[in-house]
Design a protein around this ligand. Structure first.
Ligand SMILES: *Cc1c(COP(=O)(O)O)cnc(C)c1O
Length: 358
């Protein structure tokens, strides 16, 4: 009973997924995206387990610095770049690649006497309207970068796809066309696709691919599972039965009495709640894997507990393990029951949940 909720991390699956990605990527190099604590899997431990990735990408400076502190020596790309002179100095100190997506970031480089200490990735906004230079602003931005007192050590171009998970690739085709038109004859290396672009077969994937979700063994598509691509789940969120109780037909379970038993039922109370990152939006019927069977969550998610209808499943007692998602129960399937996506579930696993190597 000492082992309550924990996220079991299968680093072999992680390495396997990187190999699957490599095979898909062909000659393109792989930037393993490890932002947001490696999608909840542990930033440093994840990067250390796949040190042979060609590069890593994070959203924030602090994440890049922690990777360096953990001994990661490969290229690290800061997807949002930096926002101040002191951040720029920290990035130089730790040899972090800069994404430059806004004129203000070029200004920082001008003030710092150039970009000679950096590899720079200029980001072009081809339709997502989040980060990047609009196509018409790209040429002036590039000109400013070229006029810096010291040129970037390396210069690459990137964009990000908004709808790569949609099978009808109309938006993606328009974005690719805009990217190609903006770059014109420039010969710089490029980076275009995320997991969905890579596994959805986007033709112009660029010289560097940027998978995140696929690395962790989940599918970005509504109509395809990770297993369809040969990917294996890396995180299995597991907990334990705290108690088992019998409730009679018509009795209510949990806060608000939100669920009442349609028949005499056997209910397992499991140590996992929104305090652990199991969202309260998990509705009655959300599957929980117990004794290799899918049982239904019933009633409301509490802070530390959920109730699961285990009527008819033999051998459930105090201490029986249960899986919230992961091996045997894809996180994509579970996410649908909470009206969310696997990304959010993985990232939301809270601090009190220990990450355990498998
Ligand atoms: C998060 C992110 C990725 C990875 O996306 P996935 O869908 O997890 O593969 C790639 N590129 C950028 C710019 C990102 O922000």
């Amino acid at each position: 009973m000492s082992r309550l909720i924990r996220a079991v991390i299968d680093t072999q699956a992680l390495r396997h997924n990187l190999n699957v990605i490599r095979a898909r990527a062909g000659r393109a190099r792989v930037i393993a995206v490890v932002k947001a604590n490696a999608y909840g899997h542990g930033l440093a431990s994840t990067a250390l387990a796949i040190q042979d990735a060609d590069a890593f990408a994070v959203a924030r400076l602090e994440e890049g610095m922690s990777l360096r502190a953990a001994g990661i020596t490969s290229r690290i790309v800061l997807l949002e770049g930096v926002f101040s002179r002191s951040q720029l100095e920290d990035a130089a100190q730790d040899n972090l690649d800069l994404v430059v997506h806004d004129a203000r970031q070029i200004e920082l480089l001008e003030q710092a006497g150039g970009a000679g200490r950096f590899a720079v990735w200029i980001k072009i906004d081809t339709g997502m309207n989040r980060l990047g230079f609009a196509p018409r602003d790209f040429a002036p931005a590039l000109k400013r970068v070229r006029m810096l007192r010291s040129a970037p050590r390396e210069l690459r171009l990137m964009t990000h796809l908004a709808c790569a998970d949609e099978r009808d690739g109309q938006v993606t085709r328009a974005q690719l066309a805009a990217f190609a038109a903006t770059i014109g004859e420039l010969k710089h290396e490029t980076s275009v696709v995320n997991s969905a672009g890579l596994f959805g077969g986007v033709a112009a994937a660029g010289d560097w691919v940027r998978p995140g979700l696929a690395l962790y063994g989940a599918s970005p598509f509504a109509d395809a599972t990770a297993a369809d691509f040969g990917l294996r789940p890396v995180m299995t969120l597991m907990s334990t039965v705290l108690t088992v109780r019998e409730v009679s037909r018509g009795e209510r379970v949990g806060y608000g009495g939100a669920w009442s038993a349609p028949r005499d039922s056997r209910i397992a109370i499991i140590a996992a709640g929104y305090g652990d990152g199991v969202p309260r939006s998990f509705e009655t019927g959300t599957p929980v894997l117990i004794k290799k069977q899918r049982a239904a969550l019933v009633g409301r998610v509490s802070m530390d507990m959920i109730a699961v209808d285990v009527t008819g499943i033999a051998g459930i007692e105090v201490g029986t393990p249960a899986t919230l998602w992961g091996e045997g129960l894809p996180v994509e399937e579970v996410a649908r029951h909470a009206g969310t996506i696997p990304y959010e579930l993985l990232c939301s696993v809270s601090q009190r949940v220990p990450l355990e190597p498998r």
